[in-house]
Design a protein around this ligand. Structure first.
Ligand SMILES: Nc1ncnc2c1ncn2[C@@H]1O[C@H](COP(=O)(O)OP(=O)(O)OP(=O)(O)O)[C@@H](O)[C@H]1O
Length: 404
């Protein structure tokens, strides 16, 4: 259980703050910090996650509290369905750090949209809590919740949701109009957001004059114009053609480098999840069955269900040197003066380096220390489905015995 603290700690070294307070102590009289801190159960002061889902359940139908108890005791969706109750989301917990893209991935009906609607308060959880910057959204009244939604949270939908009789500029400025921002300022901010999304010059056009990809850019610009910290994106690129979809993914990643929003992105496409997600939660039948990085999911799938998803993923697009390196070899400096890789070097570039150096590739961190090595055979191994380590051979020098 985490306890939100306040900005007072931001002014002190963390060690000092830790000595001055006990676990569970709060300071209700001090203004809430933009990035709150909390005391972990082991007494450490840590920066809080921007968004936290804490054991969320959403049940539709009859006797919902009883259904939650049964789900907590291990019942699954099918057992409840027999009683006319739908368990849309079951015991979902995760945190999203400031500036992270958190992807929720799952097949149709797995509970993604219901989860997203609980995150912005459109649906009340049957049990559990949603915290945003340490504030419990589930405890807010309607007015406060509307205020948080208008100022702090933006949604980007799959079907653009543009107003056909408003100009592109007015559409992009819509969220600001809801906030009551004066016309001149909202038009300035909307124009800037359109420019960020590559739509400068289209301000006076109508939505139906734009292609699908461009309409989705207007949706994105509308979300960015409000300056909301949290962006919730529900299958935002799913209606686009594959090439345009990829283009939008690139654009989002480029924008994110400078804007550093906190993003929850819903998709049923694992390749999209792997491209965008700093972390990915895989949902099945209402439950999160794995929450990890793209590399975790690819290299260490939690179960056969997740493993079946990753069969068609192009590993070379996801893996980095950090994921494939052998960490049993480390040192204060690279092993020689040959070209090196960093832990974030993409797999394809690592292969190119490996082709250029006459031995295994040294992987070096930002401080110039050797953090691992990648032998060539390991690279080849990671492209397949099985483990990448060599197995013993009864002819270790590799000679082929001639048969008479
Ligand atoms: N208002 C509702 N009343 C009853 N059942 C609902 C309601 N909303 C969703 N459900 C059910 O909850 C489950 C999860 O639905 P949800 O829409 O969250 O899944 P999803 O993963 O977003 O699916 P999709 O990708 O098709 O949108 C489904 O079985 C759905 O039928």
């Amino acid at each position: 259980m985490v306890t939100p603290l306040t900005c007072v700690f931001a002014l002190r070294p963390l060690g000092q703050a830790r000595r001055r307070i006990g676990a569970g102590h709060t300071f209700p009289h001090v203004r809430q910090a933009a990035v709150p801190f909390f005391l972990s159960p082991d007494g450490e002061v840590r920066v809080s996650a921007r968004l936290e889902a804490d054991h969320l359940f959403k049940v539709f139908g009859r006797r919902q509290d009883e259904a939650v108890e049964r789900l907590r005791a291990g019942a699954d969706r099918e057992e409840l369905r027999a009683d006319g109750t739908t368990a849309a989301v079951i015991d979902a917990s995760f945190t999203v750090d400031p500036g992270q893209i958190f992807v929720v991935m799952g097949l149709s009906g797995s509970g993604k949209s219901t989860l997203l609607r609980m995150l912005n308060g459109l649906l009340e959880p049957t049990a559990g809590h949603v915290r945003f910057d340490g504030r419990d959204l589930t405890a807010l009244g309607d007015r406060e919740l509307r205020e948080v939604r208008a100022r702090k949270i933006s949604m980007v939908f799959q079907h653009f949701a543009l107003f056909p009789h408003r100009s592109v500029l007015d559409n992009a400025a819509y969220g600001l109009a809801v906030q009551g921002v004066p016309r001149a300022e909202r038009e300035k901010r909307a124009a800037r957001a359109l420019e960020l999304c590559g739509l400068a010059g289209w301000e006076t056009s109508w939505p139906d004059e734009l292609s699908g990809g461009m309409q989705q850019r207007v949706g994105l610009a509308r979300a960015l114009a409000t300056d909301a910290d949290l962006l919730l994106m529900d299958e935002s690129f799913s209606a686009l053609d594959p090439l345009i979809r990829r283009d939008m993914q690139d654009q989002l990643l480029t924008l994110q480098k400078t804007l550093k929003k906190t993003i929850v992105f819903i998709t049923h496409d694992l390749n999209e999840a792997m491209r965008l997600g700093d972390r990915i939660a895989v949902m099945r039948d209402g439950r999160i069955v794995q929450n990890g990085t793209a590399e975790d999911i690819l290299l260490r799938p939690a179960d056969d269900y997740v493993a079946s998803f990753i069969q068609d993923v192009d590993r070379s697009r996801v893996l980095t040197a950090g994921a494939v390196m052998d960490t049993s070899v480390t040192a204060d400096a690279p092993l020689c003066r040959c070209e090196t890789a960093s832990p974030t070097t993409p797999f394809a570039e690592l292969c190119a380096i490996s082709a250029r150096v006459p031995h295994r590739v040294s992987v070096v961190d930002g401080a110039g220390r050797l953090v691992g090595v990648v032998p060539q055979q390991r690279l080849v191994g990671f492209l397949g489905d099985g483990p990448a380590d060599p197995v013993p051979c009864d002819a270790p020098d590799g000679k082929v015995a001639a048969h008479a």
